[in-house]
Design a binder for this molecule. Sequence first.
Ligand code: C5P
Length: 402
Amino acid sequence: MSTSLQGKHIILGITGGIAAYKSVVLLRLLVKAGADVQVVITPNGKEFITPVTLSALSGKPVVSEFFTANSGEWHSHVDLGLWADAMVVAPATASSIAKMANGVADNMLITTYLSAKAPVFVAPAMDLDMMAHPSTTRNIELLRSYGNHIIEPAAGELASHLVGKGRMEEPENIVAVLESFFAKSESLSGRRILITAGPTIERIDPVRYISNFSSGKMGYAIAEEAAARGAEVTLVSGPVDLRPRHSRIRLVKVESAIEMLRACEEAFPACDTAIMSAAVADYAPSEPYTCKIKRERDGVDSIALRKNPDIAATLGAIKTPGQRLVGFALETDNAIDNGAEKLARKHLDMIVVNSLADSGAGFGTDTNKVTLLFADGRPAEAFSLKSKADVAKDILDAVERL
Ligand code: C5P
């Protein structure tokens, strides 16, 4: 049977928890699915499961130390990190999660994790109180914020006989997560996607500007997800505190709406899809001061503004039948009606509507709640409040169906 794991290089990281016995089954299933698996185990992990079993099943020596004691052979975590198509840490104990979250590189597994360029999947396994402790919650959130995929533990009977959340996800389900990840990783391959993100800033003088509260998080999340699905992404970004992680994202940094428009006009003809998530400033000072405005000297009491170009509408006017254009509408009232009006006026194929009236949606937050409207008459799709990473998945699923 051919699976999306066929020929994939997987690092299976095993840490010191009772659930390590399940890692043997996980390893067996990964190998059966055609993956080439390298086991990396922590010193504590070896107390729970023997390297002999693991090396027999993976067909490779298990890596645990930085070098082999008798021969002095060095095990390069950097090479391993580059070799891998994915790393899965299962089970991930509270201690290893804390080390991964904080870069405590005191064993081979953590150094490999820190060197890994590939996506990392983490399957926590621990007692329910450890799982519920704020430090664990915080560390797991940190891992998530680095772009790692958390395979949530299930609730059920634990090794301690207590019942609660903390059971490592079953090996079959971990394999299913990896399989669907790799199946998805091809779904946009060969596609070129232009994405705008963040605010623009419009200079008043050399030290002051007009802007807005956009953090760029939504646009960067879409860019990461599109690249993870195989697309070549051009990310035109206003000034934000983020940087793209995926190597298939080409970042074009701009400051003003005019600069953003130029970058988009240059990139758009070679793209099949453009997703306009930037919060472009609607107005810019008509004549920015070249010197800092001085209260006493200049006595300015108003600033003349001019309208900025509408980048989405400009691309909407030049798009070819093969190109798809997606816009955003962040609204405070009548969100759906306003979104539908923008969809038509800017010649978009789809618009992502979110309302500032929904708590957890909009600027700066890590979550969003969106409704998708379509130009081709198909019904609107409304989603619940989710992380921006998950909203990016919903948006790209819809883009793939356009
Ligand atoms: O009209 P409004 O600003 O609400 O439209 C939002 C949509 O239009 C977003 O997709 C935004 O990125 C895009 N837009 C643009 N250029 C502007 C204003 C908005 O591309 N000047």
